[in-house]
Every structure is written in C-alpha cells, then in structure tokens.
Design a protein around this ligand. Structure first.
Ligand code: FE2
Length: 324
C-alpha cells in the first residue's frame, strides 16, 4: 500500500510518499520565507501554488511511482493558515477526482505525533510539540490525544523568530539563537508565565526585545530561550506526573534545538523517563507525516466524502478520535 500526502499548513509545501511499513519513499518540499517579515498567508499560498506541481513530480520520481500506484491521497486539513491549507486541499481533491483515489483530510498535529512514534520507537509518550505557530503538550488518554497544556498566544518558534528578526538574524532565526544559547554566560531575568498548564509568551518576547542593546546578544539569546523552554519543561513535567507515562517525545520545528533537548533530557533523567527526539526531516512540517497519517486512517477504514474535505483552520488535536 502506498500513500501520498500533502502538507501546506504554513510556510512549507511538502509532498511525501510512504508505504505500509512507514518506509518513506520520498519527502520533498518547498518553503516560503521572507528575510524581513513573518509569514504572509496569501503570498505563502501563491508560493505553494507556484511550486506545487514541481514538488509533486519530484516526490513521484524519487519514489519511482506514478499516480496509478497510489492507494490513498491525504492532506493536512488543519490547523493552519486558510489560504495555505486550501492549496493542499485543492491539490489532493483534484488528484483524487482525476485518478479516482480516496482522499482524506488529516489533523496536522496528530500526524506529527504518529510519525514521531514510528520513527523513534516511542510507544506511549507525553509529546512536546513545539513549532512556529504551535506549542502543545499532548498525551494519549481514553481514545484521544489530549492537550495537557498549550500556548495561549504564540508558538515558541515564532517567539524565537520574531526576536531573531529584531536582532537582524533573518528567518529562520531559531538555529542561530540555539547556537548563541551555548555562548551566553549571564541569566537575565525575564517574565516567566505558566497559567495552570498553559503558556503565555508575549510578555517574555516584549521584555527580551526591550533589552536589545542594553544586554549582550548571546546573554539575551540564552535567557530568552532558557526561560521559554523552562516554561515548556514545567508543563511537560506536570503532564508526566499526572499521566505516569515514562516517555517524552519532542517534535515540531523547534525539536531541532539542542538547548530544548538538553533541558528535556535533564527533566527525563530526574523522572527516570526516556526522551525521544524526532529526527529533523520528520519533526519539521513534512509531507511524509501527512501521507503516513492518511495511510493508517485509510487502512483502518476511514472514508471521507468530498463535501467533508474542506479545510479547518482551528482543527484541534483533541477533536480527533484515535480509532486506528
Ligand atoms: Fe507542524
């Protein structure tokens, strides 16, 4: 069985092809970036339309397959930016109609979790999903991936990128801030805001920006990152204590941060839990995870009528029934 998946929730247009054992036959992408500004939904969507057919062609060529070999076509139905989501949805529906294949819209966050589990061997982890727009601490309980805690304003990746732009690092700034983190020597006090199990980052970002020019860049990078990740770690630790799970899985674009995995490792050591870091190609937004999610849902019998394949910008992780 082969599945073709389209990821287009934000800046990445990804096309992946996987087989029934989650062997990734291709995982191609094109990403919209702008050096001075954040993501502009309409421009990103135009980018996806412009590069879409080339990326699809590459994915089929690398997998040495043609459309007739594909058993199911899936796309990220949400959450994400409306104009971007629609590119993936339109492409998937069009191909489904032309080639007479089933089409399934899947949840982007759940897809991150499922491919993360396969690629790391994690069985039942507390999931730390941190990316540009998303920051959620997730755990499976009673038929659903429950959101134990999440950001109430912005994703931690956007915090880092916005700060990075202010200090002239361009986009994406996260990897440079991550390197600067290890050069920082002084911890500058910044707002630490955990509300119950939820996180608030805006005040932290504002205060860090106010200190630009007054404190050393490396010290600021260190302090901003350390504060933001300490907040994430606090909620993760409480989720571990509550669920009594013994694994942590970190995924999303920010999973590539060495600072984050170092802090989560310390937490896991103290709680005798195992940390799984999802490899970058499957942690970043990618088409293979959408293909895999489509494949396991299709294999378990899910069908979707064309009328149900509209996009859902606010499609929540905990709205999905885990029936597979
Ligand atoms: Fe994502």
């Amino acid at each position: 069985m082969y599945a073709l998946g389209f990821e287009s929730t934000a800046h990445t247009f990804g096309v992946g092809i996987v087989d029934g054992k989650c062997r990734v036959l291709s995982n191609e992408k094109a990403s919209y970036t702008h050096p001075d500004a954040g993501i502009h939904p309409r421009l990103a969507a135009e980018h996806h339309f412009e590069h879409g057919s080339r990326v699809l062609k590459q994915a089929l060529v690398h997998a040495r397959l043609s459309m007739k070999d594909i058993d199911v076509i899936s796309f990220a139905q949400g959450p994400g930016l409306g104009p971007c989501l629609r590119v993936g949805a339109i492409t998937a529906r069009y191909l489904g109609l032309v080639h007479q294949k089933p089409v399934l819209g899947v949840n982007h966050c759940v897809a991150h979790v499922e491919i993360g589990k396969v690629k790391t061997g994690a069985r039942d982890p507390v999931v730390v999903y941190t990316s540009g727009a998303n920051t959620q601490i997730i755990a499976y309980e009673n038929g659903k991936y429950r959101v134990m805690g999440e950001t109430l304003d912005m994703g931690v990746g956007n915090v880092l990128d916005q700060f990075g732009r202010k200090i002239g690092l361009g986009f994406p700034a996260g990897p440079i801030i991550d390197r600067n983190y290890f050069k920082g020597k002084k911890m500058i006090p910044l707002p630490y805001s955990v509300k119950g199990m939820d996180l608030v980052f805006a005040g932290l970002l504002t205060e860090a920006e106010r200190k630009i020019g007054k404190e050393g860049t490396n010290d600021l990078c260190y302090s901003l990152m350390h504060t933001a990740f300490a907040m994430v770690c606090e909620v993760t630790e409480r989720a571990l204590a509550h669920t009594e799970k013994k694994e942590v899985l970190v995924t999303g674009g920010v999973a590539a941060s060495k600072a984050l995995s170092q802090m989560l490792q310390t937490l896991c050591d103290e709680r005798k839990a195992v940390l799984h870091v999802v490899p970058k190609p499957y942690a970043m937004d990618n088409g293979a995870m959408i293909a895999w999610q489509g494949l396991i849902e299709h294999r378990s019998g899910r069908k979707q009528a064309l009328a149900e394949t509209g996009v859902n910008q606010r499609y929540r992780t905990d709205h999905v029934d885990v029936f597979w």
